[in-house]
Design a protein around this ligand. Structure first.
Ligand SMILES: *Cc1c(COP(=O)(O)O)cnc(C)c1O
Length: 453
């Protein structure tokens, strides 16, 4: 299987190269050249455990990795999940389930993709006898999940920039208490935007980038999207057969990566009824799906910080399909969007996509209501998924983070403080962080001193 860029000006690559490249050189995102059809295989998948199902799915895509190797990499990626089901589907009421995606090492759904991506990177280093230095900026969850994906992996080092004092204390501990010699948590003076700006400048330095074999970690990597298709498929197979065709996945959404994975799976022959795009007060996607206009706004920090985004970077993959897979059209749309900060889309199918927007006040009241009605504690991101369920469909709300990651918010609302053993253990370990100014010079000097070569 080959992978093409949404902008059509990069030669098609194999799976491993597309994963290693991340963002295509023409500025586009990689997608499979054609989508496989799984409809005839679904019955045969019913009895598979999570890792086996993941293998059966990914082997269709990762055709350049030997079967036994791929199977082992996948098996290893799901060994650090605390729940034996990996992604347990829990019934709350008639026509209502939660799919818990927070049993990985950092207690948020990003572990599903980043545990695998870490193993794919390490594998590539082994077979190509290369090293890689991964650099990223985070406002919390992504950095922690990326670090735990690469923790202690030979041939790799990971450098994560985060705004000092502006991530939650538990998120900081997940990044700084690992004790791993290949992990560097860089506490930057300034905001997340300052960290991001410095990061972009470091990546723009081509000579430095090549010399240090620098690779990015961000939400647009092809492997992340494909790994995320698997839990939709797993949940679909766990539903009673009579409910499967009417399932509505409700997805707390930021960069659109998570919803996109589900939607691609639907296009691959899995009969899913629809998707609800659940945003917080940063509602660019809610406005898009309700008015047809995609227009950037300013980010307003919320109780669900991992959904605080300005532009949904994975949306370009959706545009590619909406444009009839015509890269010239994608380029035109992206150019208009870049120039004007807005674009009008026509013809969303309201039967497939709906959207909601949840303010901070509503997040608090939803956490209280869900606890009262179902005895279930949701984190602030997952709470956005409970705003408006559909009575005519079988709702599966994706629980994207553990409530134990947000003890202050939960305690304020319901008076209980959720905990998790992994977080309690972190509190006993020393914090190791490196304070840096948010300049490309300081970051380059730090990497030069600590990179693997
Ligand atoms: C990243 C994240 C999201 C948003 O996911 P996208 O793929 O960006 O839509 C939602 N909830 C949590 C807890 C996250 O960490």
């Amino acid at each position: 299987m080959k992978y093409v860029s949404t902008r059509g000006q990069t030669p098609a690559l194999g799976f491993s190269d597309a994963v290693a490249t991340g963002l295509a050189p023409d500025g586009g995102l990689f997608l499979p050249e054609s989508l496989p059809d799984f409809s005839a295989k679904l019955a045969g998948f019913e009895q598979l455990g999570y890792a086996e199902l993941c293998y059966e799915f990914l082997r269709v895509f990762a055709t350049d990795i030997p079967a036994d190797t791929l199977r082992a990499l996948i098996a290893q990626s799901y060994t650090q999940f605390a729940d034996p089901a990996i992604a347990p589907l829990k019934p709350l009421a008639k026509n209502l389930y939660v799919l818990e995606l927070f049993h990985g090492p950092t207690l948020a759904f990003k572990d599903f993709a980043l545990q695998l991506l870490g193993n794919l990177y390490a594998h590539q280093c082994r077979v190509r006898r290369e090293t890689i230095n991964v650099l990223g900026a985070t406002s919390g969850d992504t950095g922690a999940a990326a670090i735990h994906g690469l923790l202690g992996k030979p041939g790799t080092a990971i450098f994560i920039l985060y705004p000092d004092g502006r991530v939650s204390p538990l998120q900081e501990r997940q990044m700084t208490c690992t004790g791993a010699p290949n992990v560097f948590a860089l506490a930057i003076e300034g905001t997340f935007d300052d960290a991001q700006t410095a990061l972009k400048e470091v990546f723009a330095d081509q000579e430095f980038r090549r010399r240090q074999r620098l690779s990015a970690v961000n939400s647009i990597n092809l492997a992340r999207i494909l790994a995320q298709c698997v839990y939709y498929l797993y949940a679909w197979l766990k539903l009673p057969a009579s409910e499967r065709g009417n399932v509505e996945f409700v997805v707390p959404t930021g960069n659109f990566g998570n919803v996109l994975a589900g939607w691609l799976l639907q296009k691959m022959g899995v009969p899913i009824r629809g998707f609800q795009v659940a945003t917080n007060q940063n509602d660019i996607l809610h406005r898009l799906f309700t008015t047809g206009e995609y227009r950037v706004g300013a980010v307003q920090p919320s109780l669900a910080p991992s959904m605080d985004i300005q532009v949904a970077s994975n949306f370009e993959r959706f545009i590619y399909f909406a444009a009839g897979r015509d890269p010239a059209k994608v380029r035109a749309v992206m150019a208009t969007f870049k120039q004007t900060g807005a674009y009008r889309f026509e013809g969303f199918d309201p039967d497939i996509f709906s959207a909601t927007r949840t303010t901070d006040e509503e997040i608090a009241s939803i956490i209280a209501r869900v606890y009262r009605d179902f005895g279930y504690i949701t984190d602030p991101h997952t709470a956005c998924g409970f705003k408006a369920l559909r009575s005519d469909r079988v709702n599966v709300v994706l629980a994207t983070a553990s409530p134990a990651k947000f003890p202050e918010t939960i305690k304020q609302v319901i008076g209980l403080e959720p905990t998790d053993p992994s977080l309690e253990m972190l509190k006993t370990k020393p914090i190791v962080k490196h304070r840096l100014s948010a300049t490309p010079e300081a970051i380059r000097a730090f990497i030069d001193a600590r990179a693997v070569s």
